[in-house]
Ligand binder design. Structure first.
Ligand code: FE2
Ligand code: FE2
Length: 134
């Protein structure tokens, strides 16, 4: 049986949301620490922290499913989200040049790398949706 929405409307809903937010924050925090560790050449530590971040993300996802926060129409939803990912490429690149404008060259490069990831996400999702609708 699916765990989808099982805690929605129960006395546990609030606690589940709280736990989920904690997990989301934890994911960002560990991923940030992983980035810093990498900057300092601590590659092994960075790998471990990234794996923990991925665990926390997975936990956040489970909590979100518990309370029914996730769209159940997976392919319909991905169809909507694919262009959002793709469009982020352009807007993030514009943002990067603004950051470059105040001399934040290294930060701008990171934003550009994020932009490339988002474009890839968009393409991946579009391919999945296209395949599904055949
Ligand atoms: Fe966790
Ligand atoms: Fe993305």
């Amino acid at each position: 049986m699916s765990i989808y929405g099982v805690t929605k409307g129960t006395k546990f809903e609030e606690q589940i949301d709280k736990n989920g937010k904690g997990e989301e924050q934890g994911a960002g925090m560990y991923a940030g620490l992983a980035y810093l560790a990498k900057e300092r050449g601590l590659d092994e530590l960075s790998e471990v922290l990234l794996k923990i971040a991925a665990d926390e993300m997975r936990h956040a996802g489970i909590y979100a499913v518990f309370n029914g926060h996730i769209n159940q129409d997976i392919f319909e939803f991905l169809k909507k989200i694919a262009p959002v990912e793709s469009n982020a490429f352009e807007s993030l690149n514009q943002f990067a040049s603004k950051m470059r404008g105040i001399g934040l060259e290294d930060a701008a490069k990171q934003i550009e790398a994020i932009a490339v990831d988002e474009r890839r996400h968009g393409e991946l999702l579009k391919n999945i949706v296209d395949k599904q609708s055949k």
